[in-house]
Design a protein around this ligand. Structure first.
Ligand SMILES: NC(=O)c1ccc[n+]([C@@H]2O[C@H](COP(=O)([O-])OP(=O)(O)OC[C@H]3O[C@@H](n4cnc5c(N)ncnc54)[C@H](OP(=O)(O)O)[C@@H]3O)[C@@H](O)[C@H]2O)c1
Length: 314
């Protein structure tokens, strides 16, 4: 059996456990059998793959999934289960009508721009094609800061795409995901390796959420009713800054991490005030608490204890 196949089967075993947990949740009880055909754009990406597994765990038959990717060959395992796997590329508008044909709900996963076109142009193209195909709900993975008025940089692009989606007339759901907790593993393992963590002077905490939890929230809005024309701020359970991340890394690994206040020479923090909040939206959607950093680090203890590789040279 190939490594990929083993990993895939292990993933399905995990989703079976997740399904058992979901059966006891309020959200799962709302999940009605349905003839919906659910499109996942960016199916072979990280969030796309996790969402497919969440949908299967919720009992959505693979034959009701339309998996759209620039690399459909990577979805062969899901095709074997009965999913419809199709080529679709936002930079090739002519590919999208066939890609979305027959779909009734869609998870539109945000992308960066191409060399020649901004993300807003690419995503509007997908929205227009989904509308033309008769899709009845588009859930878009947006950005947490929008709810608190952030309009800088990436936020402006997400805001534009939200506006385009609303203007399309297709019922929408905004999944304003907070920053992925997965990125904290690198930070935590560096702290463990250095025995030290430095708080940037401009620090603003973030309600980090795991990518897997973002997938669970996406699967919930695609399989339950009443999420149309609603925006969810999908956050983890707690606000985290350097001090809290260091405390979790130290507790999980048993290593000592000294926390010091940085000065003007310290690399600036990533957080912005518009990201500094948490909500209960994840629990309202899924019926369970979002993953804490302590639980996430515990599940990834081996990675925390492995010093991170230096960033790749550009
Ligand atoms: N919240 C956060 O902290 C955070 C961090 C980083 C990124 N993000 C955003 O969240 C999104 C999903 O995260 P992720 O980890 O799943 O990213 P990812 O693994 O890079 O997946 C994004 C997927 O988007 C699809 N895509 C890219 N360009 C496309 C195009 N021209 N046409 C059609 N599909 C295209 C690709 O799917 P196929 O390969 O299957 O075509 C790609 O795998 C990212 O794209 C980014 O916008 C959020």
């Amino acid at each position: 059996m190939s490594h990929d196949r083993r990993m895939f089967l292990r993933g399905l075993a995990v989703t079976a456990v997740a399904a058992a947990a979901l059966t006891s949740s309020a959200a799962f009880a709302q999940t009605a059998p349905s003839a919906d055909k659910i499109i996942i754009s960016g199916a072979s990406g990280n969030l796309g793959g996790l969402t497919i597994k969440e949908l299967l765990a919720r009992g959505v038959p693979a034959r009701q999934l339309i998996l759209v990717s620039r690399t459909p060959d990577k979805e062969a395992e899901f095709a074997k289960l009965g999913a419809s796997v199709r080529f679709g590329d936002f930079t090739k508008p002519e590919s999208l009508a066939a890609a979305y044909a027959g779909g009734t709900r869609m998870l539109l996963i945000s992308v960066g721009g191409s060399k020649t076109e901004p993300s807003t142009t690419l995503l509007k193209r997908a929205i227009d094609a989904a509308k033309a195909a008769g899709v009845k709900q588009i859930a878009y993975t947006s950005y947490i800061g929008i709810s608190r008025g952030d309009v800088e940089g990436l936020a402006a692009n997400h805001q534009q795409t939200e506006n385009d989606l609303k203007a399309s007339g297709v019922p929408w759901t905004m999944l304003r995901n907070s920053i992925y907790m997965d990125g904290l593993l690198r930070q935590g393992s560096q702290m463990v390796a250095d025995g030290k963590a430095v708080i940037p002077p401009n620090e603003s905490p973030i309600g980090y959420i795991t990518r897997a939890d973002c997938a669970a929230a996406a699967a919930a809005v695609l399989t339950t009713r009443g999420n149309e024309n609603k925006a969810y701020d999908v956050t983890g359970p707690e606000l985290l800054g350097v001090r809290e991340v260091a405390a979790a890394a130290a507790a999980v690994t048993g290593k000592t991490i000294e926390v010091v206040q940085g000065d003007a020479s310290t690399r600036p923090g990533f957080g912005r005030p518009a990201m500094a909040f948490t909500t209960t939206h994840f629990k309202e959607l899924t019926g369970r608490e979002p993953t804490s950093v302590r639980a996430f680090f515990t599940a990834n203890k081996d990675k925390l204890l492995t010093p991170p590789a230096p960033p790749a040279a550009r």
